[in-house]
Write a protein that binds this ligand. Sequence first.
Ligand code: SF4
Length: 317
Amino acid sequence: MTTAPLRLGISRCLLGEEVRFDGGHKRDTFLTEVFGRYVEWVPVCPEVEAGLGIPREAMRLVGDPQDPKLVTIKSGTDHTLALETMTTNRIEELKELDLSGYVFKKGSPSCGIERVRIYNEHGMPSRNGVGLFARAFIEQFPLIPVEEEGRLCDPRLRENFIERVFCYRRWQDLVQSGVTRQALVQFHTIHKYLLLAHHPQQCEVLGRLIGHTPQHRPKGLAHRYGELFMKTLAVKTTVRKHVNVLQHILGYFKERLGAHEKAELLGLIGDYHHGLTPLIVPLTLIKHYVQLFDLSYIREQVYLNSHPKELMLRNHV
Ligand code: SF4
């Protein structure tokens, strides 16, 4: 899949470390025990690293949603500057670590990436804030996949995030090995069906980008491609888009199937379409035929193995 270590940032409390304001933690067993087998975590607790103690007074965001302050609830102490200073320094360190993703703690005024409570001058909350550290991280690393632990309970969001992490790692590998036009074409070729499962039109745009723009230097082209590639993968897949991809792949070998085998495979695709089986069922039979007929173009498609099978992500989508 990729040879470099998969290194992800994470809100430290999700690993079970007792760094929360109340001295507790928010250990997430999927992250620590399942996904953690494939990941080298880089734990960050912005509040502790900003010099705030454990335990500490609970805090919240207040004021302008675009430029909020981080203020303690009871005493009204403003910790914004401490957080901002820590963030600037930590982001410089993170630049050196070649991160392929980040899992943030939801709802936190420092770590939440969306719908964080932010209070106006009358003490009324609205849910349109972003944690101070998380906001700065996303601005600095716009292509790195980020997600909150709460959303990873949804099988589709979980699959999407982990798939993007592995894709981004491959993209980093390509960029670090030096992008050539030929390498970019090869990269696009092996991701084609995966892109198709996310956004067929954008997949075409990406294909045209590398096929018809000889005037672009590889570096500039890679920059545009990488941005659109990650954006496309962030678009959710749907059952209908997966069915479309499965049928495309079937087109490569259906003439070689007997009537019984063809009916069986079409039946499984139909069952998946109607919500009777998960994606893994038709996909497993397709992979069997791809091996049997030695279809190298299809066999190399990331779509068939976009993350380790032990994670069983496609058993639930
Ligand atoms: S949510 Fe962020 S700031 Fe709060 S304890 Fe966890 S890592 Fe630290």
